[in-house]
Design a protein around this ligand. Structure first.
Ligand code: B12
Length: 564
């Protein structure tokens, strides 16, 4: 029987509720399983893998959101099972067999509807099963409501017919175990900081959870039950596992959702504790790559220095052949370069760091201003440059901003490359108010950055609760389903959500090909192959992936032939 692909219409859903009895029988069956199944208080954590309607950007990583929760709940003695797959009968039957007491659903915006659908079906099976929604979409919807941007997103989550009983906004490790304990004690849960509900015909918002002050006390993320070998980078094929120690970010980019979950102020897991966990992941699962997905890895330089010293003492890269990737801002690299700290990058390289992902985001001055990037770029100017800049008129300022930003970006790439670190440049296309010509003009600068060998080119996707969401929501450009609801499935970075009046998905693909087949890229690839033959694997991996993604493209084929 075909697994339902659409959300149920309200009246069908109501009718189905009556069919709950059928679900009750199923519950009886599961009770039978319970006798032979797993015991203790069972918590199911579901993070649906989004069904993309367009080309994947090649990243499939471990579900850190539910792993963090699972680690904490296991430390509390709960029997936890993680479900990280696309929703289907397989997941449903496994859930049935596990027969959870409480279900936690974690979604980002693009896979919210998947999460909603699985929750609806679970409620058909057991109408009184407590289902809690948390994560990036839920936190964003709460913030959008609290900031007066819109309440439609939250209304879709909390309403009389919603399958979600509770919504948790913000970090979950402290609030979720408390919520579960209240539910198991049969207490009526009220809205409180971190927990929002629908009660007495209205949405009752508890706002965000208070920040976790001491990450030292939080349990390590759990990997139990996950099929680790699946988490391979689709481009390189490497087993690439994620770790996350720094929460929140110093910067306030208007497109970024980080503040919706973490507010401001970077908190970090102590380096010794972080290193111990890092080592356990490497020794236990033997990944080729570990990605630090910290929003702001260099927020506390002393922490990075301590971690590098620990890795120098116990060199996991040498022992286990693992390399480390992380995010870094142009500001951080500029600061290291200005301080003459190239030797520190050499130390990072020596303990296995291989690449920095830097958020370039855009070279369109209007977008840089809309993204609040000026606050990041100005500190990379000298006092004199800032003095000159403030004296300019708006148009002159825009030109000066892009010229300076391009210079600092190029310097950051050169500095990292000189110390053997690859740079992955993130560049966002199709922003609010950007025409095809604007997109091409900005991308032309990005495409010609010397020695930039890797790029992540998502399409702008506005997320609830971000600074830019208000404009996106009121722009009238959001995609909607025939039933008038926002079509969250379209919120994916490879096709973009906004109806921009042109096919930004196709333009994205076109520009990605241009990036990897430009004369600048060809020159840099050959130069790097000569100086660092070991990079051949990376180019072969990247171009065979592009060859699979764009089979008919002669330019990609020519690059593959060039690699021989
Ligand atoms: C690592 C990462 C990924 C990883 C997956 C990480 C994961 N958690 O599964 C990968 C690389 C796969 C990924 C992919 C994508 N990502 Co991403 N990613 C991040 C990043 C860098 C870190 C997130 C993270 O793991 N933090 C560590 C964990 C421990 O924290 P957490 O997820 O916040 O979970 C905590 C709380 O949110 C809460 N919580 C979470 N779930 C639940 C559930 C319950 C029941 C409860 C009670 C609490 C709770 O408790 C957790 C512990 O405190 C963020 C942040 C950023 N600034 O860029 C972007 C980010 C989350 N990604 C984003 C997006 C959009 C995507 C993509 C959809 C892009 C695309 N291609 O379209 C893809 C595809 C998604 C997918 N495959 O699932 C957006 C999400 C915005 C939104 N509103 O949805 C972010 C915020 C980027 C941004 N700046 O806007 N991503």
């Amino acid at each position: 029987m075909q697994f339902p692909t659409q959300c149920l219409g309200e009246d069908l859903y109501k009718r189905k509720k009556e069919e709950a009895m059928k679900a009750f029988i199923v519950a009886l069956i599961s009770a039978f399983w319970q006798l032979f199944g797993s015991h203790g208080v069972r918590v199911a954590l579901i993070q649906p893998v989004p069904r993309l309607r367009s080309k994947s950007l090649g990243i499939f990583k471990s579900p850190e959101s539910i792993q963090a929760l699972a680690g904490q709940l296991e430390a509390f003695g709960y029997n936890v099972r993680m479900y990280h797959s696309s929703t289907g009968w397989g997941m449903m039957i496994r859930l049935l067999l596990f027969n959870p007491n409480v279900v936690g659903v974690s979604t980002m915006t693009p896979n919210f509807l998947e999460g909603k659908r699985i929750a609806q079906l679970l409620k058909l099976w057991r109408p009184r099963l407590p289902i809690v929604l948390g994560g990036w979409h839920a936190s964003g919807a709460i913030q959008a409501h609290l900031h007066g941007q819109e309440s439609e997103s939250l209304g879709e989550i909390l309403n009389p017919n919603s399958p979600f009983d509770y919504v948790v906004a913000g970090e979950g490790e402290e609030i979720f175990p408390r919520l579960i304990a209240s539910l198991l004690a049969g207490k009526e849960v009220e809205a409180e900081p971190g927990v929002s509900i629908f009660r007495n015909g209205e949405i009752q918002v508890g706002g965000s959870t208070p920040r976790i002050t001491n990450l030292r006390e939080i349990a390590e993320p759990s990997w139990s039950g996950l099929k680790i070998k699946r988490y391979r980078d689709k481009r390189s094929g490497a087993l690439d596992l994620s770790v996350h120690f720094n929460r929140s970010c110093r910067f306030q980019c208007a497109f970024c959702s980080t503040p919706t979950v973490y507010g401001h102020g970077v908190r970090v897991t102590p380096a010794l504790q972080a290193f111990a966990y890092l080592k356990s992941v490497v020794v236990t699962h033997r990944p080729q790559v570990i990605t630090f997905t910290d929003e702001d890895f260099f927020a506390h330089m002393s922490w990075v220095e301590e971690l590098v010293s620990l890795l120098e003492t116990d060199n996991l890269a040498k022992q286990f052949g693992v390399s480390f990737d992380t995010f870094a801002s142009i500001n951080d690299i500029h600061r290291l370069r200005k301080a003459g700290k190239g030797y520190f990058l050499d130390r990072m390289r020596a303990v296995g760091f291989g690449s920095f992902t830097i958020g370039v985001e855009s070279f369109n001055p209007n977008i840089l201003l809309a993204y609040n990037k000026e606050m990041m770029i100005l500190p990379t100017m000298s006092r004199e440059e800032r003095g000159t800049y403030t004296g300019l008129d708006n148009d002159q300022k825009k030109r000066a901003l892009v010229t300076h930003y391009r210079k600092r970006t190029q310097e950051a790439i050169n500095f990292a490359s000189e110390h053997g670190l690859l740079v992955v440049g993130d560049y966002i296309l199709g922003n609010l108010g950007e025409s095809v010509e604007d997109v091409r003009a900005g991308f032309e600068i990005f495409k010609n950055l010397e020695n930039l060998l890797l790029a992540y080119i998502p399409v702008f996707t506005p997320f609830p609760g971000t600074k830019i969401w208000g404009d996106a929501y009121s722009s009238g450009l959001l995609p909607r389903n025939p039933d008038g609801n926002i079509d969250w499935m379209r919120f994916n970075a490879s096709a973009g959500a906004l109806n921009l009046g042109y096919d930004i998905g196709a333009l994205r693909n076109e520009l990605e090909i241009e990036f990897y087949t430009s004369s600048r890229y060809r020159r840099d690839m050959l130069k790097n192959l000569e100086s660092t033959p070991a990079l051949r694997g990376l180019f072969v991996g990247r171009f065979s992936y592009l060859g699979r993604l764009f089979p008919g493209d002669v330019r990609v084929r020519e690059m593959i032939q060039l690699l021989g």
